[in-house]
Design a protein around this ligand. Structure first.
Ligand code: PEP
Ligand code: MG
Length: 567
């Protein structure tokens, strides 16, 4: 019988492989290490910083060549942590205390990690892992520890906290799954796993220490179940599940080229959410028809300075071209809140989600906004592009952003650079915008409903707080009314409304949205087939009937339950 443990399944799918322990314990190596004089240890640490930074630069170049931009961006952030001048001072101080270069490196990065860990924001807390990752990387270099080798077959990477660089550095066809002792859905390791649809489980806790390197294991990313050293019978039981999964995959593959159209001919565009142009390639395998949300902040992350217009242009052009005639909606950077950037000083805020972020920064920082707008406009020459502004709360913000787009065009003409006509739209992710959609619809080309934030702001429920997650329900009648209003406002003015928040990937929600008149649903690509199937298996008349019934209900949980019965 296998040893069993359970965590929280965060990326669905059953995976089988051999455990590859990451985030290994360095205690034994540290004990064996023979430190020299303190001055020499300081030099050893300083040399290690230079060597590790150089190695990172070459890995980043390789990843960029392979168009693995998200992974490259994460390692770029790590390189900055290695080269941070404050860290070399902190390491020297630690050498004075412990006398050992590797110990000093680990302690210096650990104390920085603890600063991050104290932060309220989940995103910042997640960065503590990156700090420890960097410290370990440098210490391993000093200790002469090689990275684990992958042999034959697929691995399931496991660790208390898995360094994002481990996942970023492994080829996709080698990783079958991920298990984290700690971790959350926003930890970088999971962000990378999600774009590659790698079954993943987090929150296993200290039980993870029972897993040994090379152990055969089965994980179920839906239920969170982990079977270590499964017996033949257990393996056979899961083989049935894996077979079903393969069959479902094959079934979904058949849907790939088919449109998301109801039995009576109502069509909805199913697009994908991306963080880099390379994601479009993976999304095509799931039948994505263009991009409904390119989170451009990924282009800004992991850099030491604002990316140049030319560099941004290359990224946007690549995404637009890969969409091959479908629309590619590029959201201007949504920085601030849970997504800070080292080179944009936001300052300490009591309420970062209600603070200096997104369009508010863009409208005040011409030096940031202009190069981005020009880069997107230029990319528009190579296909169909849209510019979308995040966190808009009123007409004035949209008009100001629109005026900046016009200015950007004038600058491009003066510079002799060509640009294409692009659609201009807004994210409807604040209740204020949703309420004002009848007016906003007169000005914009499109709306895209960002339910991740719209739900949190409408219900005053933090989107990342597990303690109150039972209140975070996109079927709450207040949310549904705002969504319906937004879609109807767009249709009345002959504009289109789509959705790019997580709600778009809920097949039951898709039925309601389609009945409300939505034209596009954008989601992480692996969710597309199940939404498509749901739409293809219903008539618009039936969906309307369901919607009417739902809109009469008074409670979000009641709606959720009702929709679960009709699936
Ligand atoms: C949203 O808020 O729904 C959204 C899609 O944007 P993000 O998740 O990046 O805030
Ligand atoms: Mg948002």
């Amino acid at each position: 019988m296998a040893e069993k443990m359970k965590g929280k399944g965060v990326i669905a799918g059953v995976a089988v492989g051999k455990i590859m322990l990451a985030g290994q314990n360095l205690d034994g190596y540290l004990k064996d290490y023979k430190p020299k004089k303190k001055a020499e240890e300081k030099k050893i640490a300083a040399d290690a910083l230079v060597a590790v930074a150089a190695k990172l630069v070459s890995t980043i170049e390789d990843l960029n060549k392979k168009d693995m931009k998200e992974q490259a961006a994460i390692l770029e952030a790590h390189r900055m942590m290695v080269e941070d001048p404050a860290m070399s001072g902190a390491i020297d101080e630690q050498v004075d205390k412990s006398g050992s270069a590797p110990r000093a490196v680990l302690d210096a990065y650990e104390s920085q990690a603890q600063v991050f860990e104290q932060m309220e924001d989940e995103y910042f807390r997640g960065r503590a892992v990156d700090m420890r990752d960097v410290g370990k990387r440098i210490a391993k270099y000093i200790l002469g520890i090689k990275e684990p080798e992958i042999g034959e077959g697929k691995v399931i990477v496991a660790g208390q906290e898995i360094e994002p660089s481990v996942i970023a550095g492994l080829p996709s066809d080698k990783i079958a799954g991920v298990i984290l002792g700690q971790g959350s859905t926003t930890s970088h390791a999971i962000i990378i796993a999600k774009t590659r649809a790698i079954p993943s489980i987090v929150g296993v806790g200290d039980a993870i220490e029972k897993i040994a390197d090379g152990d055969p294991v089965i994980i179920d990313g839906e239920t969170g179940e982990i079977l270590i050293r499964p017996s033949d019978e257990e393996r056979a039981a899961y083989d049935v599940k894996i077979k079903k999964q393969e069959e479902l995959k094959a079934h979904y593959a058949q849907l790939r080229a088919l449109p998301a159209v109801t039995s009576d001919g109502v069509k909805v565009v199913l697009a994908c959410n991306i963080g880099s142009p390379a994601d479009v390639d993976a999304a095509k395998d799931y039948g994505a028809e263009g991009v409904g949300l390119f989170r451009s902040e990924f282009v800004f992350m992991g850099k030491t300075d604002i990316p140049k217009e030319e560099d941004q242009f290359k990224e946007y052009k690549a995404a637009v071209e890969k969409c091959a005639g479908h629309l590619c909606v590029i959201r201007t950077m949504d920085i601030g809140g849970d997504k800070p950037l080292p080179y944009i000083q936001v300052g300490t805020e009591e309420n970062p989600f209600l603070g200096y972020r997104a369009i508010r920064i863009s409208l005040q920082r011409r030096d940031l906004f202009m190069p981005q707008l020009k880069a997107i406009l230029r990319a528009g020459k190579f296909g169909k592009a849209g510019i979308m502004f995040p966190m808009v709360i009123n007409v004035a913000e949209f008009k100001a952003a629109q005026a900046m787009v016009e200015e950007a065009k004038v600058e491009l003409v003066h510079e002799g650079k060509e640009y294409g006509e692009v659609q201009l739209g807004i994210m409807v992710e604040t209740p204020a915008a949703a309420v004002m959609t009848p007016v906003l619809a007169k000005y914009v080309d499109f709306f895209s409903i960002g339910t991740n934030d719209l739900v949190q702001y409408t219900l005053a429920v933090d989107r990342g707080n597990a303690q109150i997650s039972y209140l975070y329900n996109h079927f709450n009648p207040a949310v549904l009314r705002l969504i319906k209003r937004t879609i109807e406002s767009a249709n009345k003015e002959g504009k289109w409304a789509g959705m790019c928040g997580e709600m778009a990937s809920d097949p039951n929600a898709a039925i309601l949205l389609m009945a409300m008149g939505i034209k596009e649903l954008s989601m992480s690509a692996p969710s597309i087939p199940k939404v498509k199937e749901r739409i293809r298996n219903i008539s618009s008349a039936k969906a309307k009937e369901i919607l009417d019934k739902v809109m009469e209900m008074e409670d979000g949980d009641e709606i959720k339950k009702y929709l679960a019965t009709i699936g």
